[in-house]
Design a protein around this ligand. Structure first.
Ligand code: SF4
Ligand code: SF4
Length: 372
């Protein structure tokens, strides 16, 4: 790419694009205790949660900005008794609504109410393919059986179902069974999501990190299943960061595609952004959402390419992967503006791979469970 083309890309990249998606973290409360949960270690309590009225205002502002869909997430969104009102306000705002749930805490009557109010899609998480494994990983007895029941309600109601399976060393050998289970449940899509090492997952790296052999086999299993299940089940799969050549464009690029609102109303460019020291976050109760997105300090800190150091600054991929993940860069290098160490061009890549390989060989299977 010549210098002129790069400059044109940089100028366009530094302006705020129209966001597509809003992740609404309605609560951090959750009956499960997954050791890979992406929620922060310091969880927000119920007394600090935004009201349903404030969420309605946030959804209306988001729709006016051009946001198309809202992911209603947590914690467990069903822990909020006013979830039906919240769903209805998102539908009224004109947003496509996706409920991200563990299924635990959702009753059949509440689910029917959500559907009646216009819920468009459900993403149901599973922790394993049998009750013993799944309930041990999720730290909640009876969770697996509940999820099986909830999946049946979703499919019976004609609501599209995506199964989300977070994979790691302790369940990756059951990937084929996970794919079979998604088909049996009637899911249209399966997200095979390798653990992202933020929040609780970072704390549990030694118990979660997959071996290179497991990852290589999982790529083959997915390739075969995609061929066999074409038209039946779509499978999303990406190689884990530490074994890929280049990093993923984290969040589609910082401040480019989506924004997160925490249970207490802080607006974040990504769910782990609060781990970056020195960033200042605005809240929806103090500033209009469009202004926060366009010119909030946290959003402009790493939007575009102007903040980049070498090797990203002169790399032809800089407007492709946007330098990778800022939180991962901070966690592994101590500098949030460094090249993501998952990139093979990063001077920290060899150390990251060596540490991850060492953790994958760790015999420790004990979890530090997520707790309030
Ligand atoms: S990852 Fe597990 S603990 Fe975290 S919110 Fe989801 S179900 Fe709850
Ligand atoms: S050097 Fe930076 S921009 Fe280039 S591939 Fe690596 S992370 Fe992406």
């Amino acid at each position: 790419m010549n210098a002129e083309a790069l400059t044109a890309i940089e100028k366009a990249a530094d302006a705020a694009p129209i966001p597509m998606a809003l992740l609404a973290e309605l609560t951090h409360r959750c009956p499960l205790k997954c050791p890979y949960c992406s929620n922060p270690l310091d969880l927000i309590r119920r007394s600090s949660e935004l009201s349903a009225e404030t969420w309605a205002d946030v959804f209306a502002q988001a729709a006016a900005m051009g946001v198309l869909h809202v992911h209603l997430s947590g914690g467990e969104p069903a822990a909020r008794r006013d979830l039906p009102e919240i769903v209805e306000s998102a539908v009224t705002a004109g947003l496509y609504t996706n409920l991200i749930t563990s299924g635990v805490g959702l009753t059949e009557a509440t689910f029917a109410d959500l559907v009646a109010r216009g819920l468009d899609h459900v993403q149901l998480s599973i922790q394993g393919t049998d009750a013993t494994t799944a309930d041990r990983i999720g730290g909640y007895k009876g969770g697996f059986d509940t999820k099986m029941r909830v999946a049946a309600w979703i499919v019976a109601a004609g609501v599209p179902l995506t199964v989300n399976a977070v994979m790691h060393r302790q369940n990756l050998d059951r990937l084929s069974e996970t794919i079979d289970l998604a088909v049996r449940l009637g899911a249209r899509r399966l997200e095979v999501a390798h653990t992202q090492y933020h929040g609780w997952a970072y704390r549990n790296r030694a118990a979660l990190m997959p071996t290179p052999g497991q990852v290589a086999r999982s790529g083959e299993i997915v390739a075969e299943a995609r061929r066999r299940l074409e038209g039946v089940l779509a499978i999303d799969y990406v190689t884990p960061d530490h074994l890929a050549k280049y990093p993923k464009p984290c969040m589609g690029g910082w401040g480019r595609v989506g924004l997160n609102v925490t249970p207490s109303g802080k607006v974040l460019p990504c769910h782990a952004a609060e781990t970056i020291p020195g960033l200042v976050f605005d809240t929806v109760t103090e500033r209009p959402l469009a202004e926060i997105w366009r010119e909030g300090a946290a959003f402009t800190a790493f939007r575009g390419t102007g903040w980049m150091q070498e090797p990203c600054a002169s790399c032809p991929r800089k407007a492709v992967d946007w330098g990778g993940c800022r939180c991962q860069a901070l966690a592994w290098t101590g500098d949030a503006a460094a090249t993501d160490p998952a990139c093979t061009l990063s001077p920290h890549n060899a150390r990251m791979r060596a540490e991850a390989t060492g953790e994958a060989a760790d015999a420790d299977e004990a979890f530090a469970y997520r707790e309030m």
